[in-house]
Design a protein around this ligand. Structure first.
Ligand code: AFP
Length: 327
């Protein structure tokens, strides 16, 4: 007997129909899915074709650009452009906001097409993370940068694992798996488990003694209760937290022995990393805060590549550290 599963397209069509929504969002999602499949193809064959190395230039964050970063960015911009639905996009790979269809576009898309660069040389998992906000359809639109609470959807592809997770505003977080025909199938609603038995803690242990003392103390008091996992690519690490519960954190670095290496603002990018996972987490019953205990989704970005500290995951655990951060 063949076992058939619901396709992503069918799932989304029903969702739009149920909520009396337009077909525009379907066209946008089709563009993002086409991008992800295309990027996945290049990534899978990357080692063989020599695409996993450096491109030879430095990006807006001052990091070496990888060949795959450029390929992934180019692919995503192509599909977003032909969708005709995007006003402007913000990409990790472009310093400036990218105008796409400023006249009649309907959405803003904030994305990192290949996040987790330390994994690229090894062909290990990376993420394609994106957040989507909608232009003001009722009146004039000033194109201001949206806070996470104004996103209508956010998601991530964990490349090249064939998994895709999408959160829809007030409609949950859903995970899909790719099949042999490259179709994403089998919507599974993700809800963070309340039982703490499988909860995990995920952070870069090498940075531990560079965190604020109160964060170091919290780790000391809590670390023995949980399994510890760290991949070094947010999408992969957060994928595990969504399934097992617990917390991913990238705290501010304030006690580095070389003060030039401190990152008081945090490392992760607000618009296309922190707010994306915070949105997915909220729709799955969790929460996320920054170094001051402020909800990530409430932070109003002042510039496209703004950084933030991030604590994201199961509510009891994030609320516990938020209490410490606020105190
Ligand atoms: P890179 O793409 O520069 O490796 O950054 C990836 C990332 O933004 C995020 O995906 C990881 O969770 C985090 O940084 C890893 O940072 P560390 O290498 O400092 O642990």
């Amino acid at each position: 007997m063949i076992r058939f599963e619901q396709t992503f397209t069918n799932f989304l069509l029903h969702h739009q129909e149920k909520h009396n929504r337009s077909y525009h969002f379907l066209i946008l999602m089709d563009a993002l899915i086409s991008s992800a499949k295309h990027i996945e193809h290049y990534y899978l064959t990357g080692a063989l074709k020599g695409n996993l190395g450096l491109a030879g230039n430095v990006n807006v964050q001052g990091e070496d650009v990888l060949r795959m970063d450029q390929i992934a960015h180019e692919i995503a911009i192509h599909y977003l452009r032909v969708s005709g639905r995007v006003v402007h996009a913000i990409s990790e790979e472009s310093e400036k906001i990218i105008p796409i269809n400023t006249e009649s576009g309907r959405y803003f898309v904030y994305f990192d097409p290949l996040d987790g660069s330390s994994n690229v040389a090894h062909g290990l998992p990376v993420g394609f993370l994106f957040g989507i906000a909608k232009r003001n359809l009722e009146g004039p639109e000033d194109g201001h940068l949206r806070a996470g609470k104004d996103y209508i959807a956010a998601g991530m592809f964990v490349i090249p694992t064939g998994t895709f997770t999408l959160a829809l505003k007030d409609a949950g977080t859903w995970r899909f798996h790719i099949d042999e025909t490259m179709e994403f199938l089998k919507p599974t609603r993700m809800v963070l488990p309340e039982d703490s038995k499988d909860w995990e803690l995920s952070f870069n242990v090498a940075n531990r003694y560079t965190y604020a003392e109160r964060v170091q103390d919290w780790i000391e008091q809590n670390q023995r209760k949980y399994a510890f996992r760290y991949l070094g690519a947010l999408a992969g690490d957060f994928h595990r937290i969504l399934s097992n519960g617990g917390m991913f954190m990238y705290p501010a670095i304030v006690n580095h022995p070389d003060p030039k290496k401190n990152r008081a603002q945090g490392k992760l990018r607000l618009m296309y990393e922190a707010a994306v996972v915070a949105f997915m987490c909220q729709e799955a019953g969790g929460t996320a805060v920054d170094e001051t205990g402020t909800p990530i989704l409430d932070i109003q970005p002042k510039e496209p590549h703004q950084r933030t500290a991030l604590y994201v995951g199961s509510k009891p655990m994030v609320n516990d550290i938020a209490r410490v951060l606020l105190g």
